[in-house]
Design a protein around this ligand. Structure first.
Ligand code: BG6
Length: 487
């Protein structure tokens, strides 16, 4: 399958940090379709050869085992070429059209890894230059807007030129192997489905914590914050994957229809829930891995009086028959105690206790997304019984079944961007977000943004290297539960 893959923003961070390494992995795994060409587009005046050299030197900064040796790079580099363009200038597009006209391909992918302010112009110009054909697919990277209105404006502008079937909106969390396994676990196995409901589940917790701060992205982050950066997209997509009904088949729209229903059923905010069930925080100076790190307000590009949140914890419910009354907790933040992403399904306790369970512990299923990728099922078992204990008073011990997907599947594992890029080339939309899902997610987060804008208190400080402000623990404790590290 011959393809042309065009990276708008071809010299930008995302391309050399994530996309090129992912394509190289696919090339190495022999899964990249043959006859491909990868065309970087940028403003710099570069020849194909100079672009290849630039990418090669950037590969030096890629994780060791994902880095090509020079012979491997030479082979991979034969796929790379470069077109100089100023995307804001209509006359620039002729150069791209000429390059694409050099050969016949089965499909052409336009990957917009640029500032969203350019999306509309790029789409219009692609159409004006005859570059939108039945073979064309377009990939959009977040941020797709900063609220519902701006998201709609992007979707409408892109929708004027491309059909929904041509549009691949990336949420890289959906490409993570663990998230695909979550779908497999739920819909490829019958075991958990009968338990997957309010009668058996007490609460669900989604944690996505990072140790890193905002790094060099202070300027961007100042106008974004954790709610827009992580909750509106990644966290809500995870919540959908956990809470959705089984789709009628594995086709993209069947899956997306069910996710959309979950987003529509999220409980609407009230003034009371906005003040009780949402906590925003901002990191102060602290220690991460024994290293002193500065406060968010002292990061480059950040205002010393910033009220941007670097942490969010919230509680919501899904108003439908399966989930009514079950709290779903989401928390995410930068400069937290460790880097991990996991989902905990906490089951209800036994209806009648004849053993003593360890205090505060319940049966739970932990879905690890990263750095570990696997499932843990926490149960109780009888260890060595102590002398003198009658069967009535025995205390059970926690034990767990541990399934490590990295160990099981090892090198067959495919990284998020590698998976998503291969799916775009293959035309599979399952792991991409439809415009209505995205808009519904914005509709749900907007009241929080409005509430914060009117709230003079601002985010609560938390020391870098901790699990966030204490208000996050207090929020969950009001329901009689706690975060996993507090047990
Ligand atoms: C991105 C956010 O979408 O996800 C970043 O913009 C964040 O701020 C990143 O660091 C986290 O992704 P991952 O895959 O490292 O968990």
């Amino acid at each position: 399958m011959a393809f042309d893959l065009v990276f708008f923003g071809g010299t930008g961070d995302l391309v050399w940090r994530k996309l090129m390494p992912a394509l190289f992995q696919a090339y190495r795994h022999d899964t990249l379709p043959e006859g491909g060409r990868i065309i970087g587009v940028g403003r710099d005046d570069l020849s194909d050869e100079q672009y290849r050299q630039q990418i090669q030197s950037r590969f030096e900064q890629v994780e060791g085992d994902k880095r090509p040796n020079s012979e491997e790079f030479a082979r991979f580099a034969s796929l790379l070429c470069y077109v100089r363009m100023d995307l804001s200038k209509p006359e620039s597009y002729a150069a791209l059209a000429a390059r694409l006209a050099e050969r016949e391909t089965d499909n052409v992918v336009m990957y917009l890894s640029t500032a969203p302010s350019l999306f509309t112009t790029v789409c219009e110009q692609l159409a004006a230059n005859g570059l939108n054909t039945s073979k064309t697919r377009i990939v959009l990277e977040k941020p797709l807007g900063h609220d519902l209105a701006s998201n709609r404006a992007i979707n409408e502008a892109v929708g004027k030129v491309f059909k929904e079937q041509q549009i691949f909106r990336i949420d890289h969390y959906l490409g993570k192997p663990a998230v695909q396994n979550l779908f497999a676990m739920r819909f490829g196995n019958a075991l958990f489905e009968p338990l997957w409901r309010r009668e058996h589940i007490a609460n669900i917790q989604i944690t996505m914590s990072e140790e890193l701060g905002v790094e060099k992205r202070g300027g961007f982050y100042e106008t974004t914050g954790a709610l827009r950066d992580m909750v509106q997209n990644h966290a809500l997509q995870l919540l959908c994957a956990i809470a959705m009904e089984p789709p009628i088949n594995a086709h993209a729209d069947a899956i997306r229809d069910e996710k959309l229903k979950v987003l529509r059923a999220l409980k609407r905010w009230t003034p009371e829930t906005l003040s009780q069930h949402v906590v925003r925080g901002q990191y102060a100076a602290g220690n991460v891995d024994g290293q002193a790190v500065p406060a968010y307000r002292d990061e480059p590009g950040v205002s010393p009086t910033s009220t941007t949140e670097t942490f969010v914890a919230l509680r919501t419910e899904i108003a439908n028959w399966r989930w009514a009354g079950v709290p779903f907790y989401i928390r995410t933040g930068k400069r937290m105690a460790s880097r991990e992403a996991h989902i905990e399904i906490n089951f209800r306790s036994t209806p009648h206790e004849i053993f003593q369970s360890p205090v505060g512990q319940v049966n739970k299923l932990v879905i690890h997304l990263q750095p570990k990728d696997g499932l843990e099922l926490h149960l109780f078992a009888q260890g060595q019984s102590k002398r003198g204990q009658g069967s009535g008073g025995q205390t059970l011990s926690p034990v767990h079944l541990d399934l490590d997907f990295d160990k099981r599947f090892g090198s067959e594992r495919v990284g998020a961007y590698e998976r998503l890029l291969l799916d775009v080339l293959d035309g599979r939309l399952n792991l991409f977000v439809r415009s209505d899902e995205q808009e519904e997610a914005w509709r749900w987060v907007e009241p929080i943004l409005r509430h914060w804008a009117a709230d003079p208190v601002g985010p609560r400080p938390y020391a870098a290297g901790t699990w966030g402000p204490s208000a996050s623990s207090a929020m969950i404790a009001r329901d009689g539960f706690c975060w996993s590290e507090e047990i």
